[in-house]
Design a protein around this ligand. Sequence first.
Ligand code: ARG
Length: 461
Amino acid sequence: MSDDASRLWGGRFSGSPAEAFNALNASLDVDRRMWREDILGSRAHARMLAERGIIGQDDLTAIDAGLAQVETEMATGTFVFVPGDEDIHTAVERRLTEIAGEAGRRLHTGRSRNDQVITDTLMWLRQRCEAQSAELRSLAEALLDRAREHLDTLMPGYTHLQRAQPVRLAHHLLAYGWMLDRDHRRLRFAMDSAGECPLGSGALAGSGFPLDREMTASELGFTRISPNSMDAVGSRDALVDYLAFAAQLGVHLSRLGAEFVWWSSDEAGFVVLDDAYASGSSMLPQKRNPDAAELARGRASRLTADLAGLLGTTAGLPLAYNKDLQDDKHYLFDAADTLDLLLPAITGMVATARFRPEVMGAAVEGGYLAATDLADHLVREGWAFRRAHEAVGALVRACSVRGVGFDGATGDDLREAGLDGVDLPSLTAEASVEAKDVPGGTARARVVEQLEALAQRVAGW
Ligand code: ARG
């Protein structure tokens, strides 16, 4: 078959497409990875056509056998693409027709590439979501394990990157666990969006054949059929839902990465990354670089750009299908691939990192992290909070001028702060975290409570 004859839409044309146009128009390099979905979709469509008497049983037999051969060729890498194979749909149908002849030419009855491509893409997406749900779960479990291990490790909690109040390392790690829980909800939402089957919407208006849309939808694992053919072929909302999930998860991983970058710095020294998740410098022999954490920090940019890219592509498009939409898979695949690289690496990094409770403990004892606890103590003694805040602030000023902590405060310091005759309570970090005994607070029992709640949620993912 010549290149021209192999084109699916050649009938109306007398001239051939320019090479430059073909190069721009073709999407095979991007969408060939959906070959499995394309074959599955074609098989289901053919079975339904036969069931409805739209093609004969002999056609179905020939199509099934032909598709089986195409599948083998694809799976073994022996499939030969030809220059006219504009996209994966064209390639599969062209080859099927070579093998099955006239029966192959009947396959596209009642179908358009417009409903075919989005059907394939949603199938691909659903499968990928399942796999990423498991990857997300592994990361959440790593965080839960490390939190369990470090319930009693105290560290400074920060605001503005200034030491603020003592927290448990478990509490800090679980904060990321809860972010992932929300991410997982978004992932489920995207999976649900991808559960609506567009097949049977045709090019835009539906089909004049009595297609059994429910049959193909359920055979292909969709939960329902799309209610509007123009919306079905013109919308990429399910992909946007996935990309919104990926972008938000990317931002969470970026923040987690940023924590590990500075926790592992010489300045903080809170964590030592395992050799398996650090790399050296080609020039500086002493270096152990937190590359995985840095890449997690940086890749948020790719993931948010993918979301913005697809939103930008669909904005302003009149209904229904427009070729602009062909770029959807570029964004989708990039985001999915990026997460597939990031999630296992970050899980490994978290699971193997060696936290240094002694360094965190020293950081939490120095400074004035107990300032709020002291103010709270005064409030319990009957002081108005604003007065207590001011007095403790003055005491911090007095002590810091002399470079001592609260335990080094003299009678003069207390006098200067207006805290004459006040007995300073014991201000340990342990007492401080235990005092935060509200739901969601740092008291041990509260952290155990949220850990169990999160573990239960993750088990249900
Ligand atoms: N390769 C196209 C895409 O990815 C398939 C649909 C093309 N439809 C058409 N009428 N040209 O969007």
